[in-house]
Design a protein. Sequence first.
Length: 323
Amino acid sequence: MLKLGCSIQPLAICALAVMGGIAHGQPFPSKPIRVITAEPGGGADFITRIIAQGLTTNMGQQIIVENQGAASGMVAAQAVLKSPPDGHTMLLYGSNFWILPFLQNNVPYEPAKDFAPVIMPVRSPNVVALHPSVPASSIKELIALAKTKPGQLNYCTAGSGAAPHLGVELFKVMAGLNIVRIPYKGTGAAINALLGGEVHMMFPNTAQAAPHVKSKKLKALAVTSLEPTASFPGVPTMAASGLPGYEAVTAFGMFVPVKTGDAVVRKLNQEIAQVLKKDDVREKLTNSGVDVVGGTPEQLTSYIRSEMAKWGKLIKDVGISGD
């Protein structure tokens, strides 16, 4: 007689337990990993594909990048939220992911409750870019000029609630300025307006600003990160230029559904961190205008909570809404 440690009646239950034990003991990852991100061709898409290439090599499984960028990240977030919490589906998105609930009422997720942060791979600072006709060569001079001409200086944005918009509004609040916003449909149109002298200033990201600053068609007064950025060397920070504590960047986070096991989250964090340490990866990312970060899931969690408190208050106080 075979003795399997189970009576005949609960045999099915015993079999399920054995199968469950096999499944539970499977190494991670056990199949290809999907990383869902923004529309193709954008910054988030580029960042995701660079990381995916490294992970595919390191983890022995294909990393598939899927673009679901409609509705300011809501579609991508929902796709990840509905996926099994097993680490085989991740989200990579920028700050808009956790700022959007302050701008719109119909956001179908809660960033801090529905997702488990994995890592902050990179962040992207912006540049205080002026048309050459504006008589200011530093942040202190710009503040002084704006105070002597309240309501006469203006700035352009592409869309509402993104870093180039919120960054100027934070600047205005911290420095006590009255600068008028001129919205444009698209980043290209906004930058062309600045280049043409239709507006005085803009806070584009470093990749957008670099060629125009190099050709002297724009002036770069400062970057919006707390620390100097490798993507725009030689330009001081806003914090060091008269506004201590000023920071307005687009941070990119990687997330999984909140019920994903801690061991899987740690494994993903470690694997992605290893990819970010590679010289060729860092070079590609830096050349694209972002700063490599890394860090732990706890550090990303703390950062998001801090950012949600800061921007939530500003958005409410200033009365900003999404387009």
